[in-house]
Design a binder for this molecule. Structure first.
Ligand SMILES: Nc1nc2c(ncn2[C@@H]2O[C@H](COP(=O)(O)OP(=O)(O)OP(=O)(O)O)[C@@H](O)[C@H]2O)c(=O)[nH]1
Ligand SMILES: [Mg+2]
Length: 329
């Protein structure tokens, strides 16, 4: 199943139950007072975080969510039962918009783990509530509140600590597979990875999530290759690791770095404040002198970026990289 990071759904909360009109009828009490109970409340519709979800694929088949109605009140001042709220589970980082106006309603994440998206109708008042000194036998009650119907647009921004970016074939998926439990597809051709993949790296104290993304080509911001739409999934990572293939020489490596950075700049989201690390990949098949020249050139040009020469194939430099990744928490 392909990865879905957008979904359109319709949610309809439950109606409130009507209030009841009823009078006490007991032997020897000819004109018993009103005893109609209130109606129960209709179901609220609530989006709720499920941290095990990583996509909006759950909405592939089901797109309409109906809450149950509250029950009517009944005699003897019995309140009608309220309907149970309807919880819809969504992944961490789900943004919720009104479909028509695109207005942001809220976001489901670790801080806001539940978001009310359609309020259930209130139960109506039974006639017992309308008794007064001038009206001992009210025939008045109120109806339950109407349901609330909303068309929502959901957009997922995966929440990861680290994002891997780079040209296609740079070695991003090989790296995430070495660092984490991910099983991202690896291939010697471009665009092996077609959708974001998450992996988790863990020690006794910390858990870090890494996102592997499809490669970015020159012109991606204008739609070349797979475009840059998926970049939103690494927008809130603590750092971006830029994976640069060193095996085609220093110049090509620097050039590829510039291409990817330019595409980031053209994106609607502002990536300029996110820290960058640079992984110089495939050092096992790269010229040693070229690598050391590349490291110094990068250090001069990107003084703030940490630089890690690595080889995922020969497990070089990965311990050092992991050490810094764990320091992120
Ligand atoms: N020699 C060597 N080859 C590597 C290394 N890392 C990755 N490769 C190879 O480089 C090719 C591309 O690797 P991937 O990990 O699929 O690259 P990617 O950046 O995920 O590529 P896309 O998903 O297409 O963007 C594969 O043939 C890998 O086996 C490395 O450290 N050394
Ligand atoms: Mg890949």
């Amino acid at each position: 199943m392909s990865f879905r990071d957008e979904a359109k759904i319709k949610v309809v909360s439950g109606k409130g139950g009507d209030g009841c009109i009823s009078f006490r009828r007991e032997k020897y009490i000819p004109r018993g007072g009103p005893n109609g109970g209130d109606g129960g409340d209709g179901a609220n519709i609530i989006l709720k975080i499920n941290e095990n979800l990583n996509s909006l694929n759950i909405f592939k088949g089901k797109k309409v969510f109906l809450g149950s109605h509250g029950k009517q009140g009944s005699s003897n001042n019995k309140k009608g039962p309220s309907a149970a709220d309807l919880f819809i589970e969504v992944p961490n980082g789900t943004l919720v918009y009104a479909q028509r106006t695109k207005e942001l309603i809220g976001e489901v994440n670790l801080e806001t783990s539940e978001l009310l998206v359609a309020k259930g109708g209130k139960g109506g008042a039974g006639n017992a509530r309308f008794k007064s000194s001038i009206n001992q036998s009210p025939r008045k009650r109120t109806k339950g509140g109407e349901s609330d119907e909303r068309e929502l647009f959901l957009e997922l921004r995966l929440i990861a600590d680290v994002g891997l970016i780079g040209l296609p074939n740079a070695g991003k998926s090989t790296l995430i597979n070495c660092l984490t439990n991910a099983k991202s597809k690896v291939g010697s051709y471009e665009f092996t990875t077609l959708e974001p993949e998450l992996g988790v790296i863990q020690d006794n104290y910390n858990k870090i999530t890494i996102a592997d993304l499809p490669g970015i080509l020159k012109g991606a911001s204008e739609g070349v290759g797979l475009g840059t739409k998926f970049l939103r999934h690494v927008f809130r990572t603590k750092i971006l690791i830029h994976v640069v293939d060193a095996s085609n020489g220093r110049k090509t490596a620097i050039n590829s770095l510039k291409i990817v950075e330019n595409e980031l700049k053209s994106h609607e989201l502002d990536f300029s404040k996110q820290d960058r690390w640079i992984c110089i990949s495939k050092t096992d098949i790269s010229d040693k002198n070229e690598i050391s020249d590349l490291v110094s050139e990068l250090q001069n040009n990107f003084s703030k970026a940490k630089i890690f020469p690595i080889s995922s194939k020969e497990n070089r430099g990965l311990c050092e990289l992991k050490k810094f990744i764990f320091k992120l928490t």
